[in-house]
Design a protein around this ligand. Structure first.
Ligand code: DX5
Ligand code: ZN
Length: 215
């Protein structure tokens, strides 16, 4: 079953609780944390994660687009994240391992994220210890960008590696996922789809979430 993770980056931040209730039919709440250094944008941080935690029973999927995520990974777990993902480009391999270990020590799920130019092989050092791998299908930093269909071979390659080495691991895609692009992601082997604008711009959000799950 395909899971949908609406990104609250496209929600109305003045009405965040209302907009989180609107996605109750989804599987995760995707929370984009940006530091203005790793990506050219600043979004939300620890106090917002803490504030939204009691507003939903859905797991919080916290996507850290920050440099040296090992500095903050444990704090995001304490703030209420259920899954914390860190970019492999954001620090040394050793420190990415340390971030994953800290997340696990908090009893939470850990994932790694690959930017569009980062090859599938970059996941290999972490593949057997993470619960999720996220493939960016846009350059991270902003919602509403165009889906990069040329990432689908990378998704397929990771699906094969996951099936061989860590079959319980989830495979997520993020960026430009919409009714016209979701099936390509599913066909390539993704099982979790992040969608920001495609969900929040829809007139009927539950229907859009159902549509994104594919045929
Ligand atoms: C981009 C973020 C995405 C973004 C997706 O850096 O990681 O989660 O919110 O937005 P859409 O679905 O509009 O491309
Ligand atoms: Zn994201």
């Amino acid at each position: 079953m395909i899971k949908i993770a609406p990104s609250i980056l496209s929600a109305d931040f003045a009405n965040l609780e209302r907009d989180i209730r609107r996605i109750a039919a989804a599987d995760y709440v995707h929370v984009d944390v940006m530091d203005g250094v790793f990506v050219p944008n600043i979004s939300i941080g620890l106090p917002v994660v803490k504030s939204i935690r009691p507003t939903t029973e859905l797991p919080l999927d916290v996507h850290l687009m920050i440099t040296q995520p090992v500095r903050y990974a444990a704090q995001f777990c304490d703030a209420g994240a259920d899954l914390v993902t860190v970019h492999v480009e954001a620090d040394s391999e050793e420190n990415i391992h340390a971030a994953i270990d800290q997340i696990h020590a908090k009893g939470k799920k850990a994932g790694i994220v690959l930017k569009p130019k980062t090859p599938a092989e970059a996941a290999l050092p972490f593949l057997e210890k993470v619960e999720l791998i996220l493939v960016m299908t846009v350059e991270p930093g902003f919602g509403g960008q165009t889906f990069m269909a040329d990432m689908m071979p990378k998704v397929s390659a990771l699906r094969k590696l996951i099936d061989e080495k860590n079959p319980g691991c989830e495979l997520e895609v993020d960026g430009g996922v919409a009714p016209d692009t979701c099936q390509a992601c599913i066909d390539a082997g993704a099982n979790v789809l992040v969608a920001g604008s495609a969900v929040y711009k829809a007139d009927d959000i539950p229907a859009r979430i159902a549509e994104l799950r594919g045929a």
